[in-house]
Design a binder for this molecule. Structure first.
Ligand SMILES: Nc1ncnc2c1ncn2[C@@H]1O[C@H](COP(=O)(O)OP(=O)(O)OP(=O)(O)O)[C@@H](O)[C@H]1O
Length: 253
């Protein structure tokens, strides 16, 4: 379970009169339960990636906190990270290592013995339909191949919580379907807590049990797709999204 409480994060660039500030997270908070797929849905620049990077301990918040299975990420980052698998926006694979070496290396960093990490890499490759990739260097991998490798790496230590930033970015329709199926299986068979970010409404409708609408660094609405639509009295999720996530000025043509 992941609890995100009142996160604030301001980015600054320049100095003096030329200084510019962006409030990327402005009090965002939500709870992501176990055996549940939670989607952070929001427009471009809403603060989804910033929020997930803070959750994953990659950047510190200015205020607020994140608890992963009750462990404070800022206070005990190693323990918290051990309970999280993170697929970040950059994917960040080592190009000179094979897919298998990338996965095993990360498993070793998480304290796994080499044989166990190898076994797990093989098992994940079966699940993610990437066995032929295992012995290839990741240099030159396609988007889908990179995503699968990064996902296997994120899951190698069998974490109870899985964080995915825009996981379907650059995937074709079959790879997207396969990923969705994998996430459902992880939820249903293994009770994982899964949080992912997207700005694609259809993805949320197809996959999410719980939706957190993020806008201007805040969680402006939460619930199932049906609950969110009931809030606006609409029958179309796109209309609901536009009503809840954009201001009147932003909506004006
Ligand atoms: N390192 C940074 N330095 C300066 N500004 C940043 C930085 N990271 C994010 N921002 C700004 O913070 C705001 C939120 O960005 P973020 O990437 O979290 O949004 P997002 O919801 O993930 O957007 P998208 O859907 O477009 O990926 C944006 O205005 C962005 O330009």
């Amino acid at each position: 379970m992941i609890e995100v409480q009142g996160l604030q994060k301001r980015f600054s660039s320049g100095r003096g009169r030329t200084a510019r500030h962006v409030l990327a997270a402005d009090g965002v908070g939500f709870v992501a339960a176990d055996a549940c797929i939670t989607g952070l849905l929001g427009p471009n620049g809403a603060g989804k990636t910033t929020t997930l990077r803070i959750v994953a301990g990659m950047i510190p918040p200015d205020a607020g906190r994140v608890l992963v299975d009750g462990i404070d990420v800022a206070r005990e980052p190693q323990r918290a990270l051990g309970r999280m698998g993170v697929l970040s926006d950059s994917r960040g694979l080592y190009p000179r290592l094979t897919a298998q070496e990338n996965i095993v290396y990360y498993g070793r960093l998480q304290g796994m013995a080499r044989p166990a990490a190898h076994q797990r890499a093989q098992a994940l490759a079966q699940v993610l339909d990437m066995v032929p990739l295992l012995d290839r260097r990741t240099e030159g991998f396609s988007q889908g191949e990179r995503m699968k490798t990064a996902l296997a790496r994120a899951l190698v230590h069998d974490p109870p919580n899985i964080i995915l930033d825009e996981p379907t970015n650059g995937l074709d329709v079959l790879a997207t379907r396969a990923l969705r199926e994998t996430l459902r299986r992880l939820r249903d068979d293994e009770g994982k807590c899964i949080v992912f970010s997207t700005h694609i409404m259809q993805e949320v409708q197809r996959l999410c049990d719980h939706v957190v609408l993020v806008s201007h660094g805040r969680a402006v609405a939460r619930g199932t797709v049906a609950e969110l639509m009931a809030q606006t009295g609409g029958s179309d999720f796109e209309d609901t999204f536009v009503q809840l996530a954009f201001t009147d000025e932003e909506r004006a043509p």
